[in-house]
Design a protein around this ligand. Sequence first.
Ligand code: E4P
Length: 217
Amino acid sequence: MKFFADTAEIDAIKELAETGLLDGVTTNPSLIAKSGQDFLEVTRQICAIVDGPVSAEVVALDHATMMKEAEILRKIADNVCIKVPLTIDGLKTCRKLTEDGTMVNVTLCFSANQALLAAKAGATFVSPFVGRHDDNGANGMELIRDIRTIYDNYAFDTEILVASVRHATHVLESALIGADVATMPPKVIMSLAQHVLTDKGIEGFLADWKTTGQTIG
Ligand code: E4P
């Protein structure tokens, strides 16, 4: 399963890229606003740090303007992935862009039928929002399971990009279901390495090592 960082914070992206665990980045208008940076400039910087897909979202609601915005965004770098909302205009834009060989992430997916449409529109990625789905009283992971079944039934190439990930259990369940990608806030990616017994084990080993009086090298 690929790991994308769901952030527009350059320092966090650099830190994650150095771990070798980062396969891509997703941003959205809220994350750009939170970063306080210029959208095109920050996208350019992220694309230079990460080799994998970097999602940059259009803000227009109609197909014609979405295409104009996508035109500007896709010129930033070869690894820009245009993010469009799961609406009819977004799907139309998705089809047009993927026909030209541009990567597209269809976002704000909350039903398996919507995911079916995204795949039919040739999406590179579909982004079901599990956290927001849970918040709304639904079961985000059931949605991922249903989309996996449908995509496997018809051998769709669209990758399931689990979004709105809030904690490590979302990541574990996504991996068990066979989702292709999870996009996570940097702190969730980092938290996956943590285990109290790992910390305890290191502490014990180092205490015993100290008693030997040895050094390595
Ligand atoms: C995905 O691409 C979105 O940017 C993101 O996962 C939304 O997450 P949130 O529900 O935590 O805002």
